[in-house]
Design a protein around this ligand. Structure first.
Ligand code: AHR
Length: 494
């Protein structure tokens, strides 16, 4: 059973898809940092210091551009001085947000920046507004970025790093409307200005300050921030999770779900289009030149935790459904690259919609990882606008568009189309009219599996993996591709 979709791709654009859309988030939460990136010295895996190198190598392969840290909610109770200096002297702390566990602060500022260096990515640090002082944040920036003599830079040298770190992406609090302090937008807008004033730019390290933004459809937050802060912020964040059921009390299972629940998940995921469009329209009113970035620095599927695991650790499996959510969401971001200049999937390792899961020394790459691998071709490529006429995917009388895609052209002139067929049963024949874009050959790669519930396990880590795809043809100027049900394809035209 096949349906058809029509696409027109144009090269009439001057926009670039920022690589920073492909960013990641790693909070001190569950087994994300501790027993994730940062392991027991005795663990029999390749390590540098205590950083797990099999994870680093996997993430280098997909070119993650930035890593957000240390939270999340954790950021607003994190005091950076507790995480520097000799590890034996560092005080322990309680992670009140995530399971009430005690952590030893052995992973702190220097360890995080060493991790970023190994990953070849830019650090994105979230400063503490909720329970920290203006001076504490100001001092952290000086410690990191000042290249002259001061008591703080002397301390940095003593701790083994004479050169400044030149951190640029700087979050001023996190979810200040909730776990970050339960503030009103009016109050937070003033707090942002106060904290931001004293978070200084240093030589070679101009801060890109990112304000707490709204969650989902809180348009009033955006309105107040744009009116009161506007272009004083480099970016404003947006947090938006996909809950399969839409209900925070029972979010649904990561692996056991019906087609109706799958449909509902995809429908909820597609709301990102509405949120990004509407927040952007408000931002356009105050900032028509689009100077302020919309930074979707927490997104992804949030399900119930895996049975038997600590509810505070947010450990969930990752199925083909997660990959379809990732492919769809990244297409939305690419198509909104005029405003969405940065994003971060929550949360890299062992937490929420992870790229990598670990079990002691074992490690697996999730279906979501493979989407980031497929889509890395879009990073810093020229955005190509598309027009799409797609059939519906219908379940129990409810409908959503069955196909979504985005397109770009890289510096070598290669064009990439990333196409997602959400429909669980029907193949879809897509005909893409490439307009003025000249090309001769097409090749492709696909990510799919028999069922949307399929997963990679520690025993079968390659159950779902990227395969080559040969079912796309040239028909004059057009490319014709039959996308199998529930699959993600990236085509290369050159
Ligand atoms: O990603 C998990 C949590 O979700 C983050 O700590 C918080 O910012 C959000 O509510």
């Amino acid at each position: 059973l096949a349906q058809t979709a029509k696409v027109t791709v144009s090269n009439d654009s001057k926009l670039t898809i920022s690589r920073n859309i492909y960013g990641q988030f790693a909070e001190h939460l569950g087994r994300g940092i501790y027993d994730g990136f940062w392991v027991d010295p005795k663990m029999p895996v390749k390590k540098q210091d205590r950083i797990r190198m099999d994870i680093v190598e996997a993430l280098r392969k997909i070119k993650i551009p930035n890593l957000r840290w240390p939270g999340g909610c954790f950021a607003d109770e994190y005091h950076w001085r507790d995480g520097i200096g000799p590890r034996v002297n560092r005080p322990k702390m309680v992670n009140t947000n995530w399971g009430g566990v005690t952590e030893d602060n052995s992973f702190g500022t220097h360890e995080f920046l060493e991790l970023c260096k190994l990953l070849g990515c830019e650090p994105y640090i979230s400063g503490n507004v909720g329970s920290g002082t203006v001076q504490e944040m100001s001092n952290w920036v000086e410690y990191l970025n000042f290249d002259g003599q001061s008591p703080l830079t002397a301390m940095r040298k003593l701790n083994g790093h004479p050169e400044p770190f030149n951190v640029s992406f700087w979050g001023v609090g996190n979810e200040s409307w909730g776990c970050g302090g339960n503030m009103t937008p009016e109050y937070y807008a003033n707090e942002f200005k106060r904290y931001a004033t004293f978070a200084k730019d240093y030589k070679n390290a101009k801060l890109k300050k990112i304000a707490t933004g709204p969650s989902d459809g809180d348009y009033n937050w955006t309105e107040v921030m744009m009116k009161n802060v506007g272009t004083r912020m480099w970016g404003m964040s947006l947090h938006c999770y996909t809950l399969p059921t839409g209900n925070w009390n029972d979010k649904g299972s990561a692996t056991k779900f019906t087609e109706a629940q799958y449909f509902n998940t995809m429908k909820n995921c597609l709301r990102m289009e509405e949120f990004v469009t509407k927040h952007s329209a408000i931002m356009d009113k105050y900032d028509p030149e689009k100077k302020v970035a919309l930074v979707v620095d927490e997104w992804g599927v949030w399900t119930n935790v895996e049975p038997g695991t600590n509810p505070g650790f947010l450990y969930q499996q990752n199925s083909l459904r997660d990959a379809l959510v990732a492919g769809t969401t990244l297409n939305i971001f690419n198509n909104h690259c005029d405003r969405v200049k940065m994003a971060a999937l929550a949360q890299t390792i062992n937490v929420l919609q992870a790229l990598v899961l670990t079990q002691k020394e074992k490690m697996l790459l999730t279906p979501t990882y493979h989407v980031f691998d497929l889509y890395k071709v879009h990073q810093d490529a020229k955005y190509l606008p598309i027009k799409l006429d797609a059939p519906d995917y219908e379940v129990n009388g409810n409908k959503i568009p069955a196909v979504n895609l985005s397109a770009s052209q890289d510096k070598e002139g290669r064009v990439h189309l990333s196409l997602v067929n959400i429909d669980d049963h029907k193949d879809i024949v897509v005909t893409a009219n490439m307009g003025d874009i000249k090309w001769n050959t097409v090749s492709g790669q696909i990510l799919t599996s028999a069922n949307v519930t399929d997963i990679n396990t520690f025993d079968k880590p390659n159950n779902i993996k990227i395969e080559s795809f040969n079912n796309a043809q040239k028909d004059g100027d057009k490319v014709v591709v039959k996308i199998p049900a529930h699959s993600i394809i990236v085509l290369e035209l050159k």
